[in-house]
Design a protein around this ligand. Structure first.
Ligand code: BDR
Ligand code: CA
Length: 349
């Protein structure tokens, strides 16, 4: 008889509509143990990110997943937030249940270190916000990369425009120094006694292929046995979900705001699920094609601060520090997403 041991997974998020979708994807995935959630300031201030993470656990009736608060500011620049993209509290029009759940007594950087030490060589980590807390954790525990099995980062844009400045992606742009520290410390952390692996980095060039649409959201609701009215750009703004399922209702209310934002950016009535792709790749790296390269972050450019540069031809003469996502099958991703999240939502009816 084969007994499968659940994989320990740690996630660092700035929840955020698509971070919330990534969390519910993890909640609905089999064979994993979510060992911690680090809250990072980004889409909304860190106190709100903590509330969103605790509220989602309450909504989804998930017990015993520790949530830790991260730094209130990026490592060396003032915080910017994105309520225009994610709503005043980060979850669009959705409201989460009240909860008396508490944060851990230790902070998010400590949470990274504790999780890695508790599962040496086994921890699968996903970072879908600015890299502030990971950088702080690596300052304190430089061997952190050697303690994990895998790290997936949603961040950057490779041979692709930015979504925050013409060249910079949001997560990197909010805390470029943190991102630069993480990428530059990576190969340096390796000793000779552990297998080497590189972080998988998913930039906008890849994640913008993952476009949620009203039709896909309708499929998700149907999978949860909670059919709803199809959404459209002609609906009155802020129309609330008619779903009976509590999770589908929250996801639809969150997604409607995200759809409206993308629509106003002339991208259509759809929304990019950047962070759920990172969660899915963390559990199954085979769903994306990657290419190794050395990645660095521009810190001083007056027009290009926060830009991620991949040295594909190796002109810097530095060893690769990342596996950059270059191809994905969105249909296969959505089939899996709908099956897992829809199936999980059914259990909450
Ligand atoms: C990233 O920025 C955030 O707004 C999203 O949550 C995602 O992590 C995409 O650039
Ligand atoms: Ca995010």
């Amino acid at each position: 008889m084969v007994i499968s041991v659940p994989q320990p997974v740690f996630v660092d998020v700035d929840t955020g509509v698509d971070d919330a979708m990534a969390l519910v994807y993890l909640f609905g995935s089999p064979d994993l143990e979510l060992v911690g959630i680090a809250s990072t300031a980004g889409n909304v201030p860190v106190q709100q990110v903590c509330q969103n993470n605790l509220g989602l656990l309450e909504l989804c009736r998930i017990e015993e997943v520790p949530v830790s608060k991260g730094a209130e500011q990026p490592v060396s620049s003032p915080l910017r937030t994105a309520e225009d993209t994610h709503g005043p509290q980060g979850l669009g029009y959705a409201t989460l249940p009240r909860t008396n759940r508490e944060l851990t007594p230790y902070d998010a950087a400590q949470a990274w270190i504790k999780a890695a030490h508790a599962h040496p060589g086994e921890l699968i980590a996903v970072a879908t916000g600015p890299l502030t807390n990971l950088a702080l954790a690596m300052r304190e525990e430089p061997a952190l990369p050697t303690l994990m099995r895998r790290l997936v980062i949603m961040g950057g844009a490779f041979e692709y425009r930015g979504n925050t400045t013409p060249v910079a992606e949001w997560n990197i742009s909010v805390d470029p120094e943190a991102a630069q520290e993480v990428f530059s410390s990576w190969p340096a952390a390796w000793g000779s006694d552990r297998p080497r692996y590189l972080p998988i980095v998913l930039g906008l060039n890849l994640t913008e292929h993952i476009a949620m649409t009203p039709a896909l959201l309708g499929r998700l609701a149907a999978e949860a046995d909670s059919p709803t009215l199809p959404m459209s750009e002609r609906d009155e703004r802020g129309t609330r979900s008619s779903a009976t399922n509590p999770l589908i209702r929250v996801l639809e209310d969150a997604m409607r705001f995200y759809f409206e934002f993308h629509f106003d950016q002339n991208e259509g009535y759809l929304a990019h699920l950047h962070d759920p792709l990172a969660a899915a790749v963390a559990l199954d790296p085979g769903i994306v094609a990657t290419r190794p390269a050395t990645v660095d972050v521009e810190l001083t450019g007056t027009l290009t601060r926060g830009m991620t540069i991949a040295d594909w031809p190796g002109r810097w003469g530095r060893e690769p520090n990342a596996l950059i996502g270059i191809d994905v099958d969105p249909e296969a991703f959505f089939d899996r997403f709908i099956e897992r999240v829809g199936g999980f939502a059914r259990t909450l009816a």
